[in-house]
Design a protein around this ligand. Sequence first.
Ligand code: AMP
Ligand code: MG
Length: 324
Amino acid sequence: MTAGTSDIEKAAGVLRAGGLVAFPTETVYGLGANAEDSAAVTRVFRAKGRPPTHPLIVHIGGAEHLADWVEEVPATARLLAEHFWPGPLTLVLRRGRRVPLETTGGLETVAVRVPDHPVALALLSAFGGGVAAPSANRFGSVSPTTAQHVRAELGDAVDFVLDGGPCEVGVESTIVDATGDTASVLRPGGVTREDLEAVLGRRLKVHSTSRVRVPGQHPSHYAPSARVVLVEPEKVVVEAELAQELGHQVGVLLPPSFADAAVKAHAVVSVPDSMAAYARGLYGFLRELDQRGCDLIVASLPVEQGLGLAIANRLRRAAGPRPS
Ligand code: AMP
Ligand code: MG
């Protein structure tokens, strides 16, 4: 059930008291704390099991507040904010004084965005300040796209959960380093590279690994419990069946062009043809395959255009080497 006015008031009170509120955004659910309260922010890191050097995103209620949170707003950042906010674009800028180093993981830059979700915007308006929030999951695991995911994964570690239904976009925001004159993409996400380039009128650099520490860019992240193996689309069925024969409980993310194939595997999810629907469903599919007891997931990468770039990025991270 979607949060009502009294839930929003209660959640804002929890933030004021230094507590943690999970809230819906258009990308994924966030685990929020008062961005200016070092102790509250420290609780976010503890609840997630996230190393304190991995910065959080500061969520604000509107582009008009950006200047309050950063040292300066370069012209490119202003242009992008005006064009894409509210929306799944995060701007990395030089840290304003009111942002404690706990929030930025010790960096002199701060990541800021305006989420495009009525519940998130109502919370930000009722609270009045900035809300520092990473995704509301344990560090390294799959981001939550429903309130149920948050409750299942974080339980009592969060003081209040605002339910806003399933997230529309389904993958995290695009992070753009806008500190200098030439903006570059630190993490692909809900705003496509093509849309950014159309607004800026030039090609954008996309970092596969960043000079700035970006937790989303570590080898294994966004990962389900099952091991993820990536193969060419035309090999998904044969590899899945082979692994199943070898004794694995295989989950399959079946590419659209093979949607009619009968696959001898433990669990099969047919991937939607539209990239927007795939992005919206991706984390739910990975959670579902975990829940159905799969120990191995066979998948392929979509074409890396539009939202396909963010989906491919998350699948690669999910398939990345795990800490032993
Ligand atoms: P999460 O979505 O849980 O990974 O958390 C928020 C994301 O914001 C992190 O993954 C970081 O990549 C990103 N982020 C926050 N602050 C910065 C920053 N100053 N520079 C680069 N990335 C940042
Ligand atoms: Mg995350």
